[in-house]
Design a protein around this ligand. Structure first.
Ligand SMILES: Cc1ncc(COP(=O)(O)O)c(C=O)c1O
Length: 450
């Protein structure tokens, strides 16, 4: 049996406890899950088999991590009540749980005072951060690196804010000389620092970005959607550590509990250092907000209805695994980085491959060595197919050739980008599985690169 089931028993117990809280209600019959409904559920299960095994350690491709069984059970438990965290009228307990969970996230970054809430994901969270950035710096441009998530240029377009992409250095981090050149024009209002790029997990040099921001009076938004939780890890290299230690000085931070925070999809988070940005959200609602003078989360969120279940799952997970340095959750992140370093060392020692820089977080990229970049790119695709046939699921990415030591590998740069293999080792179990993963890369390479 591959899929976890203990959470079903725990959920049953949780439901009994929840039910007792509503014992005074007169009986009302809910719609039955009859034979036809069960048949449909089995049909859905059949359909869902058409997926890569995202929950298994041999899925080491895209950013996909299974939720903690507790998060899954807590979300399901909440769905029996189906609270809506827009207003306290719709989700009293779950709104309070959201405020507590978000305060713990803010505290992880060193903030006591803050304003923040959960969102449907990193895109919506970044949209709110850039919306506030635009309101505080009207008419000014937003800058992010070329390796920043594509969402920043799209969001800027949606918000009607001009966007500029800043070049990256050979490590996939924002290039400071290029940023300084753009800043000299005097019309940048906000710089987005990516704390773990999507493709390679590179961490922008936040201390230097903050220094420039101070000189130029600009706002700094940290997109830590992917990398944010690594602030708890004890095994980061010096530059990444220094960058995470300055997150407290950013104006806003986005982190995605549905990436490294063990949550089911539908859980992003935006936090602002200055609670006064709440003024920009100010609006009245003719339908809600009357039930209490306590803050309704809809008053500080652009989304209206939001799942209380996401807050309940996050709250439960953080209660079990507090966001503490040296704690169990922090050790899980450390294991992911160890796994990535181990896979990187294995591949870098193999003359059949060319690697990029060492992973800053837990993402490894590499390509087969070949006479030209074009040939290496097609071999990457062939290797991707072969590893999948052998049961190992990787991803492919298109990256600037400057990230790879092509000269050292004697490869002709006949293209500006290279199609390479990418492995996101974001499950703590990957540390135990990395030798097996490396062996499958080897056996696939033996077939494709023979
Ligand atoms: C750095 C970064 N920012 C933003 C996003 C967008 O987040 P979401 O897919 O949750 O909308 C991602 C997604 O991978 C990301 O890696």
């Amino acid at each position: 049996m591959t899929l976890e089931r203990q959470s079903i028993d725990a959920l049953r117990e949780g439901l009994d406890a929840l039910d007792r809280g509503f014992a005074a209600l007169p009986a009302a019959t809910p719609p039955a899950l009859d034979a036809r409904a069960r048949e449909v559920l089995l049909e859905a299960a059949q359909r869902l088999r058409d997926n890569y095994p995202y929950f298994h350690p041999l899925y080491a491709g895209q950013m996909l991590k299974p939720p903690h069984p507790l998060a899954r059970a807590a979300a399901a438990l909440a769905d029996w009540v189906n609270p809506n965290n827009h207003a306290l009228d719709g989700g009293r307990a779950s709104s309070r749980m959201e405020k507590e969970a978000v305060a713990q996230i803010a505290a992880m970054f060193g903030w006591q005072a803050h304003l923040g809430h959960l969102t449907s994901g990193g895109t919506m969270a970044n949209l709110e951060a850039l919306w506030i950035a635009g309101r505080t710096k009207p008419g000014k441009r937003v800058a992010a690196s070329r390796q920043a998530h594509y969402t920043h240029s799209r969001i800027s377009a949606v918000l009607g804010i001009e966007f500029v992409a800043i070049d990256c250095d050979r490590n996939g981090r924002m290039d400071m000389a290029s940023l300084e050149r753009e800043l000299a024009r005097g019309d940048i209002g906000t710089v987005v620092a990516t704390m773990g790029t999507t493709a390679t997990g590179s961490v922008d040099p936040l201390p230097r970005i903050l220094a420039l921001a101070g000189e130029h009076g600009i706002r700094v938004h940290a997109d830590a959607a992917y990398g944010g939780y690594f602030t708890l890890a004890s095994n980061l290299a010096q530059e990444a550590r220094a960058a995470f230690d300055r997150l407290r000085d950013a104006d806003s931070i986005v982190i995605d509990p549905h990436k490294h925070g063990l949550q089911p999809y539908g859980c992003g988070c935006v936090v602002f250092r200055d609670p006064a940005v709440g003024q920009f959200y100010k609006h009245d609602s003719p339908y809600t907000y009357f039930s209490s003078a306590e803050l309704h989360l809809g008053e500080i969120s652009l989304e209206c209805s939001r799942p209380g279940a996401a807050a309940v799952a996050l709250w439960a997970t953080q209660r079990l695994l507090p966001l503490e340095r040296g704690g169990e959750f922090a050790r899980m992140l450390g294991s992911c980085r160890e796994a990535a370093l181990a896979l990187y060392a294995h591949i870098a020692a193999d003359k059949r491959f060319v690697t990029a820089f060492a992973p800053e977080l837990d993402i490894v990229v590499w390509a087969p060595r070949a006479a030209t970049v074009s040939q290496a790119s097609s071999l990457s695709r062939a290797l991707f197919d072969e590893t999948a046939k052998q049961g190992l699921h990787l991803a492919v990415a298109e990256l600037p050739i400057a990230f790879f030591d092509l000269a050292g590998a004697g490869m002709k740069p006949d293209r500006e980008t290279i199609t390479c293999l990418r492995s996101v080792l974001m499950k703590p179990e990957h540390r135990e599985w990395v030798d097996r993963i490396a062996a499958l890369v080897d056996s696939s390479a033996a077939k494709v690169l023979a």
